[in-house]
Write a protein that binds this ligand. Structure first.
Ligand code: HAM
Length: 432
């Protein structure tokens, strides 16, 4: 026998069945993904977002300039390779890609405000753990052209409503990172403070003092957290326009009925953010990787990537993390057959296939049995598939055109005419 080929570390298969269940990582099925995706497809257009799809492969430079050279993502997590002279990268996130497309297609000349949403796989070479994979799926939105703060509040309300609808337990965290006018002063003050306590920080954070001091604030190391607790706060350094913006976001969230907590440690892992940042954090069920969705404002990114000076704001949610939470709650969206047809012989099999064809043409999900088995076992199979009705076809049924449709949950038997089967099934299915 040839040797088995296993999937790549950090990637997962999502199947319709439970293939395995591990204590530290409950298996999610494709139905959990569908629930997350469908709810986004239903909700996001109500806010004016239209779907955009960009390629997985982009030029490496896009992420180096967009996300920032000194971030963990660009520094050590990208899947980058040489494509015969061009350096390309499998996208680690989608904001930079959408902004690239926005600039490339001159979208700002066609519309003053743009609202796009997206869904797709992202790639980061991270240490694998529960809720953290090397290929994962994001659903996100980006809005370009509105300086806020009303759009900021509208987006946060969208995320709030989406997670509430799915009954995901979470808290909305909110912060501001200031802008090009006030952040440099904060950075300097923070750096001076961190330098004075450098010996207490972990090795990574000692480096971050010079490269990316704000990231020290969200380091998970308890010693770094202790140092961070005494650090100067952005709030004290905000310029007047940033202060007014942040006040505005909070007031509007209050009006829209969105509950949130102010979190000065919410600094995000990508360099493009300005002003508002927000994260939805699961309050149970995800362990250490508890951020379900995160985002914020990126007013300088379009310009940084060679476009006009246009502001933007967005978020992305981790679909695997949401699916894990839904799996734990036993929630799923799965299509089950309405009718399972079990023929007893060859003549009946041909009729079963034709009946299934008619049912499907009428928009009813139908499955036929391809196995020879006694009626009892056929009913068991129908039950396992989760079918609503089962129909056993024998010689007698074909001759008389009458058959018994068994309702699997209740055991009720309904006599139906085979030649009018789609109508009969629809009538019974809507009756109860
Ligand atoms: P991010 O915080 O890097 O932001 O990722 C957003 C979400 O993607 C996270 O909250 C998490 O749920 C999920 N995620 C990230 N990495 C992984 C992983 N390795 N495995 C599983 N899930 C993961 C962004 O990507 C920004 N582009 C968000 C944004 C949009 N900002 C403005 N617009």
């Amino acid at each position: 026998m040839s040797q088995k080929i296993r999937g790549v570390k950090g990637t997962r298969d999502v199947l319709p069945i439970d293939t395995y269940l591990k204590d530290d990582d409950p298996w999610v099925r494709i139905g959990h993904f569908h629930l997350v995706e469908q709810s986004a497809r239903d909700l996001f257009p109500l806010y004016g977002y239209r779907e955009a799809r960009t390629p997985v492969l982009e030029r490496t430079e896009l992420f180096v300039r967009g996300i920032g050279e000194v971030t963990d993502i660009v520094g050590k997590e990208m899947y980058t390779f040489d494509d015969r002279g061009d350096s390309v990268t499998m996208r680690p996130e989608n904001t930079a890609s959408l902004v690239r497309a926005y600039i490339e297609h001159n979208v700002n000349q066609q519309e003053p405000e743009t609202k796009w949403w997206y869904l797709g796989p992202m790639f980061r070479r991270e240490r694998q753990q529960r809720g953290r994979y090397r290929q994962f799926t994001q659903i996100g939105i980006e809005s370009l052209g509105s300086p806020g703060p009303r759009i900021d509040a509208e987006q946060i309300e969208l995320l709030f409503r989406w997670l509430r609808t799915l009954e995901i337990p979470f808290e909305m965290h909110l912060n501001t990172l200031g802008d090009a006018a006030c952040r440099p002063k904060y950075r300097e003050a923070l750096q001076a403070y961190l330098r004075s306590r450098a010996s207490e920080l972990c090795e990574d954070c000692q480096k971050r003092i010079e490269t990316n001091p704000i990231r020290v604030l969200d380091c998970k190391n308890p010693k770094c957290q202790q140092v961070a607790a005494g650090a100067p706060k952005m709030e004290q350094f905000l310029c007047e326009p940033c202060k007014v913006h942040f006040q505005g976001v909070q007031e509007m969230l209050g009006r829209l009925g969105v509950e949130f907590v102010l979190d000065p440690k919410l600094v995000r892992g990508l360099d493009y953010y300005t002003r508002t940042t927000y994260e939805a954090i699961a309050t149970s069920g995800l362990g250490s990787q508890s951020t379900v969705a995160g985002g914020g404002r990126y007013d300088g990114l379009v310009k940084e990537l060679g476009g006009p000076d246009i502001p933007g704001i967005g978020f992305a949610a981790g679909v695997e993390r949401m699916a894990l939470l839904l799996a734990q709650q036993g929630k799923e969206r799965a299509v089950r057959p309405v009718v399972f047809i079990a023929p007893l012989g060859d003549a009946e099999a041909a009729r079963a296939d034709a009946l299934a064809q008619q049912l499907r043409a009428a928009g009813l999900a139908a499955e036929v049995s391809f196995r020879k088995a006694n009626p009892g076992n056929q009913l068991k199979r129908a039950d396992a598939l989760g079918a609503r009705f089962a129909l056993v076809l024998g010689e007698q049924e074909l001759k008389t055109d009458r058959a018994k449709l068994k309702e699997l949950k209740t055991g009720a038997q309904h006599e139906v005419s085979l030649s009018a089967l789609p109508d009969e099934v629809r009538r019974l299915a809507t009756a109860g």
